[in-house]
Each structure stands twice: as C-alpha cells, then as structure tokens.
Design a protein around this ligand. Structure first.
Ligand code: DGL
Length: 273
C-alpha cells in the first residue's frame, strides 16, 4: 500500500479552467504546494463559460477532464467556478480520480468567517444563477443568508489589466452597492478572475467586509486532502505544463499578469472527444 501511495504521490495534479483565470489557483498551488507537478488546461477556444448554459458547460468540463486523465493525474481540480457550479455531478460520475471544485472550499471558508450570518457571493451569471454557493453555504448552516450578484464585466477588466483606478471602481460600485446594503460581513469572490480585482473590491465594499478568495481556499483543501491520503509530493520544485485549446499567444500574455509576471509557455491542443 505504501509503495503504491509513494508512486501515486509523484503523479501530477490536473487543473482546468475555461481559460486563463484558473491561474489564480495555480498561483496559490505554487505558493502552498510547490513540490507538486501541474498539468493545466485552459479551454480558451470555448471561453467564456460564464454566460453559457449548464448543459454545454458540463459537456466541456467532461472533455477537459478526460484530456487531463491522459496524463495519469492523481487529483483533478476544477478551477473554474462556473464549471464547479454545474458540472461536479457529471465529472464525479465519469472521472475515476478524486475531484475538488472551488465552490465547497470557498463556501466553507465563508461560513467560518461570517459573524452576522449574512454572506455575499459574486461570480459569473452561470455561477450565480446555479445557486451553487447558496446550496453549499446553507448546507453547512441553514441560518445563513446568501446574497448573490453576477458581475460579468469583472472578467474582461481583469484580463485587460484594468484592476484599479476610476473605471473598475465605478463598475465595482455599480455591482456591489446593493449587495453591501444587505448588511453582509463576508464576500466570496466566486470567480477565477476576481482575485485580481481584490483591492478595488475591498475599497468599494469597505474594510469591515471580509473577502474570501476561493482560489486560496481550494488549495488549502487540496493540501489537507493530499496529506490525509498520504499523497503529497515533497519534491523540491514541481514541474508545470500548460495546454490551451486556442492560439497560445494571448493566453501567455494575459497569464503572466495572473502569475505576477512569471513567464508562461503554453501548448495548443485539439480536444476531439
Ligand atoms: N473561469 C470562469 C469562472 O470562474 C470565469 C471566466 C468565464 O466566464 O469563463 O467562473
């Protein structure tokens, strides 16, 4: 058993997202679990997932997961909040490795943080309409009230590097004023891209509201899971391979902003399932 665990622990972790945003999860992984090998797939050809129907996102998610399974991964992380919101059931049915999405860890962290039991959640239309965070939060404590708000413009703002200043602040005010008026004390950033706008969001909602970044919560859970299963890879420095489904140039350029300037080499693949 121990020999088998040692072998599996050396296998990579598969991570997918609709595009570049899942690199916020990769960034946390590099920080909290630097010894792990990573295979990342950004489904840039079919990005964005946020405005698409649940049925289509499920199909894409399954194709992405099957691609990553080809690398003998020991764990699958669904870094995309939209895919985590609607596709976990189908992935768990067809994919034979443990799967961790971003909703449960973010929800858990928010429940631990709130004092007044009023939590705000912001994300894509797909995530907010699915009410995945509501279910996850109320499943832990059904006395908590959850207020959701879709903030679709935050995604292109983050990608274009408009993360502070007048324009993002005005847009953040537009999206967040109503949700703050509900008296929330905790706000979940339920989208891969939003951590880039964290400072602006904090400025707009004020310092009394605690912000939960689902990217860092998920890696905290991944670390606990791997430790419990004795599957942590304690190598000095893990390796990372990045695949995309459309031309890599834009992904590399935008991705470097997500990884604080770290150089990225992405390889284009065809997903033909
Ligand atoms: N990755 C998506 C999410 O976290 C945001 C971008 C998209 O709409 O595809 O929900």
């Amino acid at each position: 058993m121990e020999i088998l665990q040692q072998q599996i622990s050396k296998s990579p972790i598969g991570i997918f997202d609709s595009g570049v945003g899942g690199l916020t999860v990769v960034k946390e992984m590099l920080r909290q679990l630097p010894g792990e090998d990573i295979i990342y797939l950004g489904d840039t050809a079919r990005y964005p997932y946020g405005p698409r129907s649940a049925e289509i996102v499920r199909r894409f998610a399954l194709q992405n997961a099957r691609f990553l399974m080809g690398f003998g991964i020991k764990l699958l992380i669904v870094a995309c909040n939209t895919a985590s919101s609607v596709a976990m059931d189908v992935l768990k049915k067809w994919i034979s490795v443990p799967i961790i999405g971003v909703i449960e860890p973010g929800a858990k962290a928010a429940v631990q943080e709130t004092k007044n039991k009023k939590i705000g959640v912001i994300g894509t239309q797909g995530t907010i309409f699915s009410k995945s965070y509501n279910r996850a939060i109320e499943g832990i404590d059904n006395n908590i009230r959850v207020f959701g708000r879709a903030c679709p413009l935050f995604v292109p703002l983050a990608e274009e590097g408009y993360i502070d200043g007048d324009v993002p602040e005005r847009i953040a005010q537009h999206y967040l004023t109503g949700i703050v008026q509900n008296g929330i004390d905790t706000l979940v950033l339920g989208c891969t891209h939003y951590p880039l706008l964290k400072k602006t969001i904090q400025k707009v909602v004020g310092d009394n509201i605690h912000i939960i970044d689902s990217a860092s919560s998920v890696i905290f859970d991944v670390k606990n899971f791997l430790a419990r299963a004795k599957l942590l890879n304690n190598s000095k420095k893990g390796d990372m391979k990045i695949f995309v489904t459309d031309a890599p140039e834009r992904f590399e350029m935008v991705g470097e902003k997500f990884l604080d300037g770290e150089k990225i080499d992405a390889v284009k693949v065809e997903l033909d399932f």
